[in-house]
Design a protein around this ligand. Structure first.
Ligand SMILES: Nc1nc2c(ncn2[C@@H]2O[C@H](COP(=O)(O)OP(=O)(O)OP(=O)(O)O)[C@@H](O)[C@H]2O)c(=O)[nH]1
Ligand SMILES: [Mg+2]
Length: 440
């Protein structure tokens, strides 16, 4: 379905006023309340001409802003000739409608800006499907408001009297039909991806996750010699890229670069990007990349854990990578972060400082996934021998009559496959193995 707002709501080159409403518990300083939104709006291509911040514990149910601030906003719009007002919070459809009526400008919220950026950046078939689905689901409860936009800008649609309920009904039906189509297509893509990821069972997978612009792609390139896109903009990466990486002292593993996160990601977007994050969900180790030079590094770390939790990624094996230390002005700031996240590694993907320590830490972490086991079974158990040959490192064999006792190192996740009648398993050393085998 054609999006009737496509042209009208395109934020590019529009003059925008940004508004934040912050509470005491938001953990955001007033002076910096709009830093991130400014980055998002600029990435989307609009010109920021003014800002307004209100400290308020409860958002006004009808207009988000209190009465006085609303008057201030109207002045600011007049002064700056703004065509667009962007709210840092997500607005309800009714708040959007009321604000538009009050200010006579286009009101956009944080979700719409993020969706807009994703829509412009999405390149692959999968990413496009995901973004379109998220956009339509976001639009659905706002359809009426959308037509009011058109009415005002084009002096009415068709008859000049504006669309009736009938038009709205037709639109909603078309939209629902497209949503069903997209969901079906995405299911196919998802199944394919799931099969691909499951098929990699014999290789260990390391996934880079983190806040947008933290340096994930730069680190991927620095570690594996890949040439994925790096850019000083938000959401440069939308698709997961996986490369084989020869990890020193270990052997080949798979390294994946994934989409970055941001505070208050639109819920629909998170939901539709589930399949893109399939790699992270099945990773043996997550490298959580943090921009240590960022003022809000700690807040960003928390956000990333929240989103990972929301999309069902298991965070039990995470290595925190404090990146961009070359850009940290005050070294004491790094010490604070190191102290806060004591099991972290400090690097600069740009200058390669600390990369050796990082690869050693990754190898050590991966080896924690191994166990030392003794397995006793019948000498004719060909299925088990084949399984161990594929997945384990057998270090000793001891035969007695018709039985054999095998000592081996095996990835913990493959232990459950060692079963069957008359097979005994004894896990000897569930701890770390210092010299992991070269090949897994
Ligand atoms: N000074 C400095 N800049 C870095 C470092 N690592 C990355 N950058 C810069 O940070 C910006 C973002 O880097 P990317 O690698 O694209 O970040 P990303 O995490 O992949 O971002 P998204 O894909 O947008 O989520 C680029 O301008 C990089 O050059 C670093 O160690 N030091
Ligand atoms: Mg990237």
């Amino acid at each position: 379905m054609a999006d009737p707002r496509r042209d009208e709501l395109r934020v590019q080159r529009k003059k925008a006023v940004l508004v934040a409403v912050i509470g005491r518990d938001d953990g955001v300083q007033k002076a910096h309340a709009l830093d991130e939104l400014t980055g998002l709006v600029e990435t989307a291509g609009a010109d920021v001409v003014g800002t307004l911040v209100q400290t308020r514990e409860h958002r006004h149910p009808a207009t988000c802003l209190g009465r006085g601030k609303l008057v201030e906003l109207k002045h600011l719009i007049k002064q700056t000739d703004a065509e667009l007002v962007v709210f840092d919070k997500n607005l309800t459809p009714a708040q959007g409608r009321n604000l538009e009526a009050e200010t006579d400008t286009i009101i956009v919220d944080r979700s719409e800006i993020i969706l807009d950026i994703f829509a412009t950046t999405a390149r692959t078939y999968e990413a496009r499907l995901q973004v379109e689905l998220a956009q339509l689901l976001y639009m659905r409860p706002r359809l009426k408001r959308l037509w009011t936009h058109l009415e005002r800008i084009e002096g009415g649609v068709g008859t000049g009297r504006g669309p009736g309920e009938k038009q709205l009904e037709t639109d909603r039906r078309l939209l629902d039909k497209r949503v069903a189509e997209l969901k079906k297509k995405l299911r196919v893509v998802e199944q394919r991806r799931r099969r691909t990821v499951a098929g990699r069972n014999d290789r260990l997978c390391v996934s880079l996750v983190g806040y947008t612009n933290a340096g994930k792609s730069t680190l991927m390139n620095a570690l594996s010699g890949a040439d994925v896109l790096v850019a000083d903009k938000l959401f440069a990466t939308l698709d997961t890229r996986t490369r084989r990486w020869s990890l020193p002292g270990w052997g080949d593993v798979l390294l994946s670069d994934t989409v970055g996160f941001v505070r208050n990601l639109p819920h629909h977007l998170v939901a539709s990007f589930r399949s893109t994050l399939e790699e992270a969900r099945h990773a043996d180790l997550l490298l959580h990349v943090v921009d240590a030079s960022h003022r809000e590094a700690e807040l960003q770390v928390t956000t990333v854990y929240d989103v990972l939790d929301e999309v069902g990624v298991n965070c039990s094996n995470v290595l925190l990578v404090l990146n961009k230390i070359d850009a940290v002005q005050n070294r004491a700031d790094i010490d604070v972060l190191r102290h806060r996240y004591d099991d972290s590694v400090t690097v600069s993907a740009a200058t390669r400082e600390g990369l050796q320590q990082l690869t050693a830490a990754i190898a050590a972490r991966l080896s924690q996934g191994f166990v030392q086991a003794e397995i006793e079974t019948g000498v004719g158990n060909g299925r088990l021998f084949a399984y161990l040959a594929e997945h384990a490192d057998v270090t000793a064999r001891e035969y007695t009559d018709s039985r054999v006792r095998l000592s081996c190192r095996i990835p913990r996740r493959f232990l459950s496959g060692v079963n069957g009648d008359a097979t005994e398993i004894r896990v000897m050393d569930p701890g770390m193995i210092r010299n992991p085998p070269d090949l897994i």
